[in-house]
Unconditional design. Structure first.
Length: 309
């Protein structure tokens, strides 16, 4: 046991001597490879007095606030700013769509007033025709009035007057056909006149989205060309051009949707107006038929009255 302890002590002494020799040998080498300290480094290594937190934040954030924005990027991304920065083709598409929207609302205002006035005149004339007991009475009530219904009464009265000499020979069937022909033409002309202008709404409603889509495709194409020229895919560079292109589609929808809605409203209103004219035409034909019955049965009544006497 004593011999083992002595042997371990000798091993530890040898290891200690070896480590001491290695340290002594490496110390001069480390001293030669260490770079000399410059005066600038000495100033850096000197302790800096602590500053308040507010001053440190100011020093850090000041360069970020002073940094200027990239001049190649648009500074105004509002609709007007995007319009002014858009390509000339996209800008022309936007101007055309804005003009189409203006036309839509102009037609809406003008046609609404025209339809309201025409419906009111037709209904007043229809009431006068229904209340009359003869064609002459209806002509007196509607004398001086304007509108298709009043024109129907005048045309029927004129045809009855022109066919006065043929009633005793041909009967009333030919007169009814001629009066019906006149009334049908007047009704068709009035309906055609009322539908004038609605074709523009149909055209705008069907083509405006595609015109806006053309502007969008053109703008996106220019954006991709800009990507290839700048050789960057940064969204900050690409996004403004794409936004300007999409604005054209948005304006196309703004022009098309009201045009389609207004066209459908006018289609229903014109259908109602044509029904009122059809009722007026039927009322005039009834008056003509009644007058014919009175005229054709008058000789028979006179004969019966003479025979009774």
């Amino acid at each position: 046991m004593t011999m083992t302890a002595a042997r371990s002590k000798r091993v530890l002494d040898v290891v200690s001597l070896v480590l001491a020799a290695l340290i002594a040998t490496a110390a001069p080498v480390l001293a030669q490879t260490e770079p000399p300290v410059t005066p600038a480094q000495e100033q850096t290594l000197t302790p800096v007095p602590a500053q308040p937190a507010a001053e440190q934040v100011t020093e850090v954030t000041a360069p970020a606030d002073a940094e200027e924005r990239d001049a190649t990027l648009p500074h105004n991304l509002s609709p007007w700013g995007m319009f002014m920065a858009a390509d000339w083709v996209v800008k022309g598409v936007m101007i055309g769509l804005a003009f189409a929207s203006l036309v839509t609302w102009t037609v809406w205002v003008a046609k609404s007033l025209e339809l309201a006035g025409a419906n009111a005149r037709a209904k007043r004339a229809l009431n006068g025709i229904i209340e009359a007991r003869s064609l002459r009475e209806a002509s007196e009530k509607l004398s001086g009035r304007k509108g298709p219904a009043a024109l129907m009464v005048q045309a029927a009265a004129h045809e009855v007057s022109a066919s006065d000499g043929t009633l005793d020979f041909g009967g009333g069937d030919g007169l009814k056909e001629r009066v019906s022909s006149h009334l049908g033409r007047i009704q068709a002309q009035a309906a055609r006149r009322m539908t004038r202008g609605t074709g523009v709404l149909a055209t705008i409603g069907s083509t405006a989205p595609f015109v806006g889509l053309f502007g969008t495709v053109w703008g996106i194409m220019n954006s991709f060309i800009g990507i290839s020229e700048s050789q960057t895919t940064n969204l900050a560079v690409v996004a403004p051009g794409i936004a300007e292109a999409l604005l054209a589609t948005a304006i196309g929808l703004v022009a098309a949707i009201p045009a389609v809605v207004i066209y459908n409203v006018f289609a229903r209103s014109i259908t109602g107006y044509r029904l009122v004219l059809a009722d007026a035409s039927a009322a005039v034909e009834r008056l003509v038929s009644r007058d014919l019955d009175y005229r054709l049965t008058a000789p028979a009544r006179r004969k019966i009255a003479a025979a009774a006497e």
